[in-house]
Design a protein around this ligand. Structure first.
Ligand code: NAP
Ligand code: F7E
Length: 318
């Protein structure tokens, strides 16, 4: 039985990855940080099958102990401060969690067992003000937020530990991926939840920032399979994961509201206070390498994804 340790198991991706690995027959360990109330909603359905270990990306010894106790074949480092706007209000903490936290995880692996395979959750936010479109593994980075900068550090330290210590360390450069388990503050979920609330007369309007921003949005359930595939290869490499299709925030609004028979013009307002100090205008993945080497393809389309999220929010609110 293979063993995996997932950091960030209480997050969107951690919960889908846990489901995926359990179904593959893995023994799954999840690292959680201490809180005065437990936030295990996303893994509640699988909690009996997962072993939770306490640890924090800020605390080196807790990471060493978690790796020792799980004794894993694979570590998936998904934990991070992942909300871009908060990275401007808490830039130092973001650097600690999202950047230096990666080094601490890599150090824990190096000390405990150098044969552990390591996955780092890198991000398309590293491309930021894009130099070419679509973006692939060789596109230069130009991050536009403290989050993007911290992720670029996490990416390069992963590459460096691979080159310095011959660790099986991979960096998955994932484009935006969403699901009914997406955090409420991210734009897709904010829109699908608001559309459902308006339909059920629980809300009257939706305030958004820059609705012209364009992203390559895919389904989180598809993307966790790519993380696993990267660790099953003969050689550790970096891969871009996305759909290759770009849509605007306006497109998300249209699909979500129209799915419920609502006219978005009546409800959606642009609020300048929600604009970012520096914006990433557009992102689009060239995932040719993942398709050719991993045999990976996204399955859920943009329209299916947004409708799935609206349906889930309707059900939850009803
Ligand atoms: P998420 O839902 O925000 O989950 C983040 C997880 O990190 C949570 O489990 C959180 O725990 C944990 N965490 C935060 N700070 C921590 C710390 N100091 N110590 C230990 N755990 C900590 O994020 P996600 O969408 O699943 O994304 C997973 C990873 O992929 C993140 O690294 C994110 O930056 C990256 N990524 C995401 C996307 C995307 O579109 N979703 C795209 C590219 C890359 P609590 O529950 O205790 O807060
Ligand atoms: O914003 C615009 C906003 O917060 C998408 C994270 O998972 O993906 C995510 O980062 C776009 C931006 O995601 C609102 O300005 C307009 O252009 O959903 P988001 P993100 O910033 O792209 C990357 C790949 C990650 O790695 C991150 O961890 O939508 N937008 N109005 C808005 N965004 C939000 N959140 N709220 C609005 O009201």
């Amino acid at each position: 039985m293979k063993r995996a340790l997932i950091t960030g198991i209480t997050g969107q991706d951690g919960s889908y990855l846990a489901d995926f690995l359990l179904q593959k027959g893995y023994k799954v360990y999840g690292m959680v940080r201490r809180a005065s109330t437990e936030k295990y909603e996303r893994i509640a359905h699988a909690k009996d099958k997962i072993t939770l270990l306490q640890g924090d990306l800020l605390d080196q010894l807790s990471l060493v102990n978690a790796v020792k106790e799980a004794d894993p074949d694979e570590v998936y480092n998904l934990a991070a401060m992942s909300f871009v706007p908060t990275s401007w209000t808490q830039p130092v903490l973001t650097g600690e969690f999202t950047g230096l936290g990666v080094t601490r995880m890599l150090e824990a692996i190096r000390l405990v067992n150098k044969n552990i395979r390591f996955y780092q959750a890198s991000s398309s936010e590293m491309f930021g003000k894009v130099r070419q479109s679509p973006q692939n593994e060789n596109t230069p980075f130009h991050p536009r937020s403290p989050y993007g900068v911290a992720k670029a550090y996490g990416h390069f330290i992963t590459v460096n530990y691979r080159e310095s210590y011959k660790l099986f360390a991979t960096s998955g450069i994932l484009f935006n991926h969403e699901s009914p388990r997406r955090g409420m503050e991210f734009v897709t979920r904010k829109i699908t939840h608001a559309a459902a609330s308006i339909k059920l007369k629980l809300a009257k309007e939706l305030r958004l920032g820059n609705t012209d921003a364009r992203r390559d949005w895919g389904y989180a359930g598809d993307y966790v399979q790519a993380m696993w595939l990267m660790l099953q290869q003969d050689k550790p490499e970096d891969y871009v994961i996305g759909t290759g299709k770009m849509h605007s925030v306006k497109n998300v609004i249209d699909v979500a509201f129209k799915h419920l028979g609502l006219d978005p013009k009546r409800y959606v307002k642009v609020d300048k206070r929600l604009f970012r100090p520096a914006e990433v205008d557009m992102l689009c993945a060239d995932y040719t390498k993942a398709r050719d080497k991993l045999g990976w393809e996204p399955r859920v389309t943009f329209e299916e994804l947004i409708r799935m999220m609206v349906d889930a929010d309707m059900e939850r609110l009803q």
